[in-house]
Design a protein around this ligand. Structure first.
Ligand code: GAL
Length: 487
């Protein structure tokens, strides 16, 4: 899929053919371009511990909420798949890193499995084998001159912390997360970029709001949002205070979908802005500007009145807390996959997805839009727009794109669609950099390997590489020349 030469020279020459995609409704045009990226721009691939490592109970690792969720409810995952073995990266990490390096990548993103380090989640028993595993993995990344991008938390909370405290809805988690992070940061000196938490929106909205993913709880997404954002800030401040000589930068990583107003009516324009504030702003605003976004506060007050409730679901942030969170960034990590329409639906308080009800917005898509195998709609003008919005809303922060990518269902041997989508995404990022002057300094694709895609199991394939085990057990054939196989 990638020619090593492209990456090594850091010049990503895109298709000479110009593809103009016209979307019916509002006639957006997107033109693929063939520009090169700035000198020193990082290209890379992203992974996460739970999705690739396997070895779920090996060498002292404790149980986490995903182990628990899947083992207790196997039917909630497509084909009853589990991640007990996954890509077996715990044993094959050298091969993974070699594969990334062989593409000429200059950055590789991993995450730390908390229960490999602290099996119960708490301080107490520190598992040396776990620390050594990540130390060796990072040595391997650095050996190939790639930047090590390391996420401290990518969805896999220790089950003990869920059981004892209720997980991310309990403020006690803030200090516990700091204790865990301190141990990891102290030991892993060669990391170049730290990500505190991956996609707090997914953690809170789906893990503690709609209950679709582990730990499968409902109606507590706003308590979760506060604890998660305070935890991020506490780790950032601990890092800056206790490791003043470290050069590695630190940030949170937000899942940034684009929402386009469905019509040009002022209500739909406000609806699009509102859902952006609910999905991105609720985490970005406290860090980059201070406090909850105004649109979220207003809407939640309206919901309180509609529900005739004495207290709002949105917890208060005190002045001290606002100050504590504000400014806790060295850059902004962004994952971008999806574009959708937003339509005002603010009088409705029932019936649809929780995040839509919370925001008072009806989310739709256009049938002709491209979809990946998870059903997510991809529109490249949306990819450009979201970066412009981030730049304008948060005072032009430096941005590291930590995930973008395209999934298929593994029915074809060819990676033509992934190549087509990668070109379009990269064109959109290029436009954002050169036409909109967004300060993007790197882009890592999701993912290096076909891996365990949470509730979709192994049915959706995002990988640049696939694993023989998955091919044999899931598809019965090998991929051909465009992709790569690992043994
Ligand atoms: C992101 C998540 C990744 C991966 C990706 C593809 O939300 O951070 O772990 O699953 O989606 O669906």
């Amino acid at each position: 899929m990638f020619s090593a030469n492209d990456c090594i020279t850091n010049s990503w020459f895109l298709s000479i053919t110009t593809a103009v995609i016209i979307f019916c409704n509002l006639c957006y045009a997107f033109e693929e371009n063939n520009g090169s990226f700035p000198e020193g721009f990082f290209f890379g691939a992203s992974t996460s511990a739970y999705q690739i490592e396997g070895a779920w109970n090996i060498d002292g690792k404790g149980e986490n909420i995903w182990d628990h969720f899947i083992h207790e409810n196997p039917m909630r995952i497509v084909n009853n798949d589990n991640a007990d073995v996954a890509c077996d990266s715990y044993h094959k990490y050298k091969e993974d890193v070699f594969l990334a390096a062989s593409l000429g990548f200059s950055a590789y993103r991993i995450s730390i499995s908390w229960t490999r380090i602290l099996p119960s989640g708490y301080m107490g028993i520190v598992n040396e084998v776990g620390l050594k595993y990540y130390e060796d993995l990072i040595d391997e990344i650095v050996k190939y001159n790639m930047k090590a991008v390391v996420t401290l938390y990518h969805f896999d909370l220790p089950q003990q912390l869920q059981k004892d405290f209720g997980g991310w809805t309990n403020p006690k988690l803030i200090d516990i997360f700091v204790d865990y992070s301190r141990i990891v940061i102290e030991r892993l000196e060669k990391v170049d970029y730290w990500i505190t938490l991956n996609e707090p929106k997914v953690i809170c909205n789906y893990g503690y709001g709609s209950g679709e993913i582990a730990p499968g709880l409902k109606y507590q997404e706003f308590e979760c949002a506060k604890v998660v954002i305070m935890s991020h800030a506490a780790v950032y401040r601990m890092y800056k205070n206790e490791f003043p000589n470290r050069k590695a930068k630190m940030a949170i990583n937000l899942d940034c979908e684009w929402f386009e107003p469905k019509t040009t009516s002022s209500k739909d324009i406000a609806a699009a802005q509102r859902i952006l504030e609910f999905e991105i702003g609720i985490f970005a605003h406290p860090i980059f500007k201070g406090g909850w976004p105004k649109a979220v506060k207003e809407r939640m007050e309206k919901r309180r009145l509609m529900e005739n409730s004495a207290i709002s679901q949105l917890p208060k942030l005190t002045e001290k807390e606002i100050e504590f969170i504000n400014g806790t960034f060295d850059f902004l990590g962004v994952n971008h996959y999806v574009t959708q329409y937003a339509e005002d639906d603010s009088e409705n308080n029932v019936g649809r997805k929780r995040n839509e009800i919370n925001a008072g917005v009806l989310v739709t898509v256009d049938p002709p839009w491209n979809k990946n195998s998870l059903g997510s709609t991809v529109a490249m003008w949306g990819a450009r727009n979201v970066f412009k919005w981030l730049k304008e809303t948060y005072n032009n922060p430096e941005i590291f794109i930590c995930e973008y990518g395209y999934s298929d269902n593994g029915t074809t041997l060819e990676d033509n669609e992934r190549i087509r989508f990668s070109r379009m995404y990269l064109s959109a990022f290029h436009d954002a950099i050169y036409k909109d002057e967004v300060r993007i300094f790197g882009a890592m694709t999701w993912s290096l390997l076909d891996n365990f895609e949470w509730t979709s199991g192994y049915s959706s394939h995002f990988g640049l590489f696939t694993s023989i085990k998955m091919i044999l057990t899931k598809r019965g054939f090998r991929r051909s020349q465009h992709s790569f196989s690992r043994s």
